[in-house]
Design a protein around this ligand. Structure first.
Ligand SMILES: [Zn+2]
Length: 244
């Protein structure tokens, strides 16, 4: 390989390491962010459940008051009837039956509300459990970000310094071209396999493939313009170990 190609390759390998390190840092940050968002959504869910529960509790309380009032009225009327203080006994009995009916309706409503509230309470309990799990996960992820993230950033610093050294060794023109290419493709360098560019699949003429294989000068794919680091054997032509 030409000296320049070797220098570019060494820069390219370093850039690959930098990318991977950056990916690692971003991945850690993304995990924390995602858990934070899940926590916010879970808290909103709890808030919504509380909002749905509150009117049920309020209504159940007022229905309870109504039930107590009906019971009071009923027992007062019952006493008056028993003591013969009611002039129209039949109308009194009829009123008692009405109180009973009203109490029954109110009790059914109260039970319905209680059931609904219990259901929401159970849901809220499950959501709170989920929230606790998420909060524990966040603490763990933040711990990892502190340790692993710190290590990755130190590694990135080291790679950035090393990059300055490697960059300085590459001729200016090629460096500029390489940097331009790297902005377009993370994989700015590739190889040919069976004559085809591994990145864009363009098939090159045999003479060109030979030149790439020889590596006597800097060559780029004629389609995607990536630098060509050489050739790799086509998969079906690779020696296959026999079962014996
Ligand atoms: Zn290509």
């Amino acid at each position: 390989m030409t000296e320049t190609l070797l220098l570019l390759e060494s820069l390219y390998l370093l850039d690959g390491e930098r990318d991977a390190t950056w990916d690692g840092i971003r991945e850690l940050d993304a995990q924390v962010k995602s858990t934070g968002e899940q926590i916010a959504a879970t808290q909103a869910e709890l808030g919504e459940l509380a909002e749905r529960t509150a009117p049920m509790v309020a209504e159940a309380a007022s229905v309870q008051v109504e039930i107590e009032k009906l019971a009071e009225r009923r027992s007062r009327l019952r006493g008056q009837l028993d003591r013969g203080e009611v002039p129209d006994y039949v109308a009194g009995e009829h009123q008692l039956a009405t109180y009973d009916q009203q109490a029954e309706v109110a009790e059914l409503r109260w039970m319905e509300l209680e059931e609904g509230r219990e259901q929401l309470d159970r849901k809220a309990m499950a959501v709170r459990e989920r929230l606790k799990t998420l909060q524990r996960r966040l603490v763990e992820q933040q711990r990892v970000v502190e340790q692993e993230g710190g290590r990755l950033r130190a590694e990135l610093d080291r790679l950035n310094k090393e990059r300055l050294t490697r960059k300085a060794a590459v001729p200016e023109g090629e460096l500029r071209e390489y940097e331009t290419l790297r902005r377009q493709h993370r994989d700015a360098m590739t190889r040919l396999q069976g004559g085809a560019c591994l990145a864009c699949r363009m098939v090159h003429p045999p003479q060109f493939v030979l030149e790439v294989k020889r590596g006597s000068r800097l060559l780029r794919c004629r389609s995607c313009t990536r630098y060509l680091l050489g050739t790799v054997e086509p998969e079906d032509e690779q020696p296959v170990s026999s079962p014996e």
